[in-house]
Design a protein around this ligand. Structure first.
Ligand code: COA
Length: 324
């Protein structure tokens, strides 16, 4: 018998306001056609004034707890993956913990930008496998709209706001790929690429928040290669091939990265959950948003094999194989 972290519920939240590419055409020198052709994005949700990352995270957390049929006092741990915390400190997770009414256990933020949800899922899984935690809430929540330079057409058209969450519960398995739960997770980073995708501010360097800066074409080049490599690593570790995967739930950065990765891995695009056209890149929130959507509409079913994968600033990248 081995301990397996099993997904007991998922939930998500998107701010009400939708900004279309046509709306952006009025503010920056861009066109709907350029954005759709280069990224697949048609619209993004943007948080209202005064609506913060913790508000989005709280709504997604409530939905995930309801979906799992548990209350917050059953949680031992909250990990909130975000690059856009409400404040420099305390952790936004602590705010969510208080709002949920969870007064025991522990909560912290995790920062791996767009790979944040994969890193957080792997971290929670390890707490569960170590026996330190029985029930964990893993959230990805972002308000990237607050760190975008709305005059920089190379970045402001690509990102959006949102949140998603999953409840993990300790279960048992036989130690095979037929077990329900997280089968394995694979994390990587390479700090030599720090300057290809970063925010040009921070409490220690500039005492300001700063804006996203990116060398888009270089990020793109690395993304497809890194994604394909880490997915291959996850499959080999479990003695599986890409034909065993029922659904790929990828980080939603750009439709061309998704298509490039699918092609490299010989996975049909129809087996990918794709939300990028409606959500844009919501960083750490994009995977749990896509997961919650595909679970809610019945595409993802109990017992199916899911591949979650992401890449982000740092660079960071990673993958998790999960039997739902
Ligand atoms: N509208 C119109 N033109 C734009 C534009 C916009 N929103 N943004 C950039 N351009 C222009 C550039 O200024 C450039 O013009 P020039 O040739 O006159 O200098 C031209 O389009 C091509 O720019 P380039 O950056 O080479 O385009 P690209 O084909 O690489 O596409 C991205 C740009 C950003 C869509 C693409 O590189 C990408 O998606 N990269 C990955 C980004 C990503 O996913 N980041 C997050 C990872 S977590």
């Amino acid at each position: 018998m081995v301990i397996r972290s099993q997904i007991a519920g998922c939930g998500s939240y998107l701010p009400q306001r939708i900004v279309t590419n046509h709306d952006l055409e009025k503010h920056v020198d861009t066109t709907d056609a350029w954005i759709v052709e280069r990224s697949g994005i048609r619209q993004r949700h943007v948080a209202a004034e005064g609506e913060n990352t913790s508000d989005l995270a709280f709504e997604a957390a409530k939905a995930a707890l309801a979906n799992a049929g548990i209350s917050a006092d059953e949680l031992d741990l909250i990990i909130l993956a975000t690059a856009t915390p409400d404040h420099t400190f305390p952790a936004t997770a602590a705010r969510v913990q208080a709002r949920l009414g969870m007064t025991r256990g522990f909560a912290f933020d995790l920062q791996a930008v767009c790979s944040g949800f994969i890193y957080a899922l792997a971290t929670a899984d390890n707490f569960i496998k170590a026996g330190q935690v029985k029930t964990a809430l893993v959230i990805g929540a972002e308000t990237f709209s607050r760190i975008l330079d709305w005059n920089d057409r190379g970045t402001c058209v690509l990102f959006g706001d949102g949140a998603g969450a999953v409840v993990l519960k300790a279960g048992e398995g036989q130690g095979t790929s037929a077990d329900r739960g997280i089968l394995s997770s694979h994390l990587h980073s390479d700090g030599r690429h720090y300057d290809l995708l970063y925010v040009d501010g921070g409490p220690s360097s500039t005492k300001s928040t700063g804006f996203v800066r990116m060398k888009g074409n270089e990020v793109f080049r690395h993304a497809v290669v890194n994604m394909a490599e880490v997915v291959g690593e996850a499959l080999v570790a479990n003695g599986l091939t890409s034909s065993d995967i029922d659904w790929v739930v990828p980080h939603q950065a750009n439709i061309r990265i998704l298509e490039g990765t699918a092609k490299k891995l010989a996975i049909a695009k129809e087996r990918m959950v794709i939300t990028v056209e409606r959500h844009a890149n919501t960083s750490a929130a994009s995977i749990p948003l896509a997961l919650a959507e595909a679970v809610a509409d019945g595409r993802i079913k109990k017992g199916q094999l899911l591949l979650l994968e992401a890449m982000g600033g740092g660079f960071t990248w990673g993958a998790c194989l999960v039997r739902y």
